[in-house]
Design a binder for this molecule. Structure first.
Ligand code: ADP
Length: 477
């Protein structure tokens, strides 16, 4: 069942019960009050009739010492006539409770009469046909006689009014319920609108429309829920985008990997086949074996690099205090003099928190790339400088540079701007990808500035976190 229908149904049930009970209570209260008033009036009338009877008995001639039965009847008939307009009905009985006079239509049992005595005025409410009466009983003392006077007062009107009250109330309740259903239908559909909107949004998202957002239509808890839903949808969309990008990157990686494997393998297989199927002179055999060896070595280097990237992506860096001096000392020892380049190492004193071997790997890769990009005898500047957020390492060359359109691609695995040039220099497009992974676990990233034909500058900053930790460590000492 729909939520709005449930609200509607429950409201109608509660309304019906409330109206029913309040109506019943109200009509009944009016009825009870009117009946009480009628009973009071009937009791008063009974007393007045008794008094009137006793007064009338006073005028009986003195020759009677006891009120004769026929005089009783006469007085009773007179009293009845006196109340003819109001339909008065009365009955007089003697000491033995034998009826002496009864109005026409006074056909009651003597149950009330039996309960009535000198000390006990009585009444009861009875029905006769379709009429209701208050039946009263009282004693009358007249000329040495004790008589019983019963009176019947018609109170049918009170009962009729109650029936009319109930009927009117039923109609009013029905009309109010109908009006309530219509009003509550609108209210419940208005209240549940955010739920409907959220349901629609959920369906849209389930069908793959992750950009869809639910419209916020209220400021209450449901509005807050809509807002939370949208935030959740945003986070989900971002995660899915990230996952899709990762999948795409993985696919690209696999494609490039397969491609990179193919070239050396084709060469290896070709030369190996030549060696085993043809008899070649020694020079050619050595040349073939040489190709196999070089390509095999290239494959080995590539697989080691790949392994490094995978390991770097999964590892947590074991950070230690590293001085700029030790890093530059190592680089100088490694590059100065060994190649046909002019290196300039300039650095400020400073300490960073890093895993020294990994940072050395990054710098060696960057310097290696700078060498590959430069002509023999080119200038390569390696610098270290304390900056606002930490310590910046930079490697600058004045070589071939990188076209702007290629800049964002070169850190992808296996990507080489000029494949044949890169291969001729033993490149496989994995060096920068490894650098990025290593910097990632140091919470840093590679910044590249380059202009085709003019040269490039690759730099990275080991971030503030290293300094804070350093400070913490210093505090702990
Ligand atoms: P590799 O050097 O093994 O080819 P890298 O991932 O280190 O792989 O570099 C990817 C590509 O980026 C290189 O093939 C080259 O085209 C380009 N590149 C990297 N460094 C430089 C540089 N300093 N100057 C010009 N091009 C560069």
């Amino acid at each position: 069942m729909k939520f709005s229908l449930k609200i509607l149904l429950w409201t109608i049930i509660v309304m019906a019960l409330a109206l029913g009970f309040s109506g019943f209570y109200f009509v009944n209260y009016v009825f009870e009050t009117s009946l009480e008033r009628e009973v009071g009036q009937a009791m008063d009338e009974s007393s007045i009739l008794g008094f009137a009877f006793e007064t009338a008995a006073l005028s009986v001639p003195a020759k009677y010492s006891v009120l004769p039965d026929n005089t009783v009847e006469e007085i009773a008939a007179n009293l009845e006539r006196g109340g003819q307009s109001s339909g008065r009905l009365l009955r007089i009985s003697d000491e033995g409770k034998t009826v002496l006079y009864a109005s026409d239509g006074f056909e009651m049992d003597d149950a009330l009469l039996q309960q009535t005595d000198e000390n006990n005025k009585t009444y009861r409410i009875i029905t006769a046909g379709d009429k209701y009466y208050v039946h009263t009983g009282t004693t009358v003392n007249a000329m040495n006689r004790i008589l019983y006077l019963e009176n019947m007062r018609d109170v049918s009107e009170v009962f009729t009014e109650r029936a009319m009250g109930f009927s009117l109330y039923r109609k009013v309740t029905l009309i109010m319920l109908l009006a309530g259903i219509i009003i509550m239908h609108f209210i419940s559909s208005l209240l549940t609108k955010p739920v409907r909107i959220l349901t629609e949004a959920t369906k849209r998202m389930a069908s793959g429309d992750y950009a869809y957002r639910a419209k916020k239509v209220s400021q209450d808890e449901l509005g807050a829920l809509t807002q939370d839903f949208n935030s959740m949808a945003g986070a989900l969309e971002q995660n899915i985008e990230k996952l899709e990008e990762e999948i795409e990157a993985k696919e690209e990686f696999m494609g490039a990997f397969a491609h990179e494997l193919k070239t050396p393998l084709t060469a290896i297989i070709g030369y190996a086949d030549m060696l085993r199927s043809h008899k070649m002179d020694e020079e050619k055999s050595i040349m073939s074996a040489n190709y196999i060896y070089t390509e095999g070595k290239r494959l080995e280097a590539m697989s080691l690099r790949l392994l490094d990237i995978i390991v770097a992506g999964k590892e947590e860096a074991q950070l230690q205090k590293v001085s700029a001096e030790s890093v530059f000392g190592y680089l100088k020892g490694m590059f100065a003099g060994g190649r046909d380049m002019t290196f300039h190492f300039t650095y400020e004193q400073g300490e960073v928190f890093a895993e020294i071997n990994l940072i050395k790997t990054v710098l060696v890769n960057l310097i290696d790339n700078a060498c590959k990009a430069s002509e023999n005898g080119g200038q390569i500047e390696v610098s270290g400088q304390a900056v606002d957020k930490g310590y910046r390492f930079a490697v600058r060359d004045y070589g071939i540079g990188i076209p702007e359109a290629e800049l964002h691609k070169i850190t992808k695995a296996f990507y080489m701007v000029d494949k044949s040039r890169a291969r001729s220099k033993n490149g496989a497009g994995l060096g920068l990808a490894l650098c990025v992974e290593i910097l990632k676990i140091h919470h840093s990233e590679l910044e590249i500035e380059s202009e085709a034909g003019k040269g490039s500058c690759f730099s990275f900053v080991l971030p503030q976190i290293a300094q804070e930790s350093q400070q913490m460590e210093a505090d702990n000492v």
